[in-house]
Write a protein that binds this ligand. Structure first.
Ligand SMILES: *Cc1c(COP(=O)(O)O)cnc(C)c1O
Length: 430
């Protein structure tokens, strides 16, 4: 089946990381998921820590989502005008996230980030934007400029020679308008603001970096960025596509007590269906068409099924916030992995915030992309492969996060921890 996939899909995938090029190059095709378990095309079951790349905070097929999906599909799949579920989901987001008064839905996080930047450019009348090395905001041209796509998958085809680094196909002018600064480097940020601050439309960041592996902001860093942007009239955009409704109902901005100008969402708020959203105060959001002069539209924007499933998830999260329990489970996993690595004498850094964590195979603390890239990828690959042999599925890249969900029970975590011990020993043997 995989040969067939490669014949008609480029690399056998629709998103490069799914090709397992960072690990054993032995991709899986999954056919179903329930709770914390997924099943591959051969009928083998795995305990899943990919969890839809963070989208599935309640696990696979939560009953509330399936109910909402059935109830909505009984009436419509697409109507083409505003649907009550759009209003419901927007209200839930605005209720939970104080910096958000109004919302515009898109079909993906990529689009949400594109719109947020367009809004910022319109609002400020400026062109440049500042991003952080290793941050990921979807694959829009503007946001791919200036840096690798969350450590690019190495190409293998005819164009493989131009490997890694900047994606091909971007106009030079876009690349020039993007300022790239290392994450967690207050001095570099300060310098960039001094040099470019007056020309910047926005600074966009993942408040907890999740696409170079998990790298939290250091103490005071987000505060510094908030202050410097506000004083120069630069909009601050928090990309909470991963962190929104994962680190708390108020997202990372609630956790760190920072109020961004605009926020992008995706993943969790779609309940497992395609979605993205940009949100902010009415005074900024009113710049969007039809109220204002910034264009955005979409045949599938505000899709009834995504809206209903997203609202079902948010209702569950609000009724019974799972964040303390997710934190406890993830802390347990972190400690168990740390002890197992020590026993196997394999040096690792485990970066964790709430229910997202990354194991880096390195002796140095990982605070920036360069340190993540300096980790031993071959060790990661061996570890991921050994886990997989034991029925544990983690993201097949050293630059991704493992995600826990409310569906992971003590039994799933036991299984992960036992497998991890054996996998660290397998790494140590090489
Ligand atoms: C996944 C992701 C995006 C892009 O969302 P898509 O729905 O994949 O387009 C943007 N920003 C961050 C932080 C993400 O993790």
């Amino acid at each position: 089946m995989w040969d067939e996939a490669q014949a008609v899909l480029v690399g056998g995938v629709d998103s490069p990381v799914r090709a397992f090029r960072h690990t054993d190059r032995d991709p899986l095709m999954l056919v179903k998921g329930r709770g914390a378990t997924v099943v591959d095309a051969n009928g083998r079951a795995w305990t899943d820590f990919i969890m839809g790349w963070g989208a599935l905070v309640l696990g696979h097929q939560p009953p509330a989502v399936i109910r909402a999906l059935r109830a909505t599909a009984a009436h419509s799949t697409l109507l083409g005008l505003t649907h009550p579920a759009e209003v419901a989901l927007a209200s839930l987001i605005a209720r939970c996230v104080p910096s958000v008064e109004q919302v515009r839905f898109t079909v993906s996080g990529t689009e949400a980030c594109m719109i947020a930047v367009r809004l910022a450019r319109a609002h400020t009348g400026r062109t440049k934007l500042l991003v952080f090395d290793g941050g990921y905001h979807g694959h829009g041209d503007t946001l791919m400029a200036g840096r690798p796509a969350a450590p690019l998958i190495r190409p293998t085809g005819r164009h493989g020679a131009a490997q890694a680094g900047q994606t091909a196909g971007l106009p030079h002018t876009l690349i020039q308008s993007t300022i790239v600064v290392p994450w967690n480097d207050p001095h570099a940020f300060d310098q960039a603001m001094t040099q470019h601050g007056e020309q910047l439309a926005c600074v966009i960041l993942e408040p907890v970096a999740a696409n170079m592996g998990v790298i939290p902001p250091e103490a005071g860093y987000l505060q510094q960025i908030r202050q410097a942007t506000a004083s120069r009239g630069v909009l601050l955009i928090f990309d909470e596509v991963v962190t929104g409704f994962r680190l708390g109902l108020g997202g990372a901005q609630g956790l760190f007590g920072i109020r961004p100008d605009l926020t992008t969402f995706g993943k969790i708020i779609g309940g497992g269906l395609p979605i993205g959203a940009v949100g902010g105060p009415t005074r900024l959001m009113q710049r969007l068409a039809p109220e204002g002069d910034v264009y955005h539209a979409g045949t599938f924007a505000g899709h009834p099924l995504s809206m209903a499933c997203g609202a079902a998830v948010l209702h569950e999260l609000i009724a019974q916030p799972p964040y303390a329990s997710l934190e406890a489970k993830a802390r347990r996993v972190e400690q168990a992995l740390q002890q197992a690595a020590e026993r196997a004498r394999v040096p690792v850094q485990i970066n964790r915030v709430g229910s997202m964590l990354t194991v880096f195979f390195t002796e140095q603390p990982v605070r920036q992309l360069a340190q993540a890239q300096a980790s031993q990828r071959s060790r990661f690959a061996r570890w991921a492969h050994a886990l997989r042999q034991r029925g544990i599925l983690i993201p097949p890249s050293p630059f991704e996060a493992c995600f826990l969900s409310t569906a992971h029970t003590a039994r799933h975590l036991d299984r992960f921890e036992r497998a991890a011990m054996a996998a660290f020993l397998a790494v140590a043997e090489h």
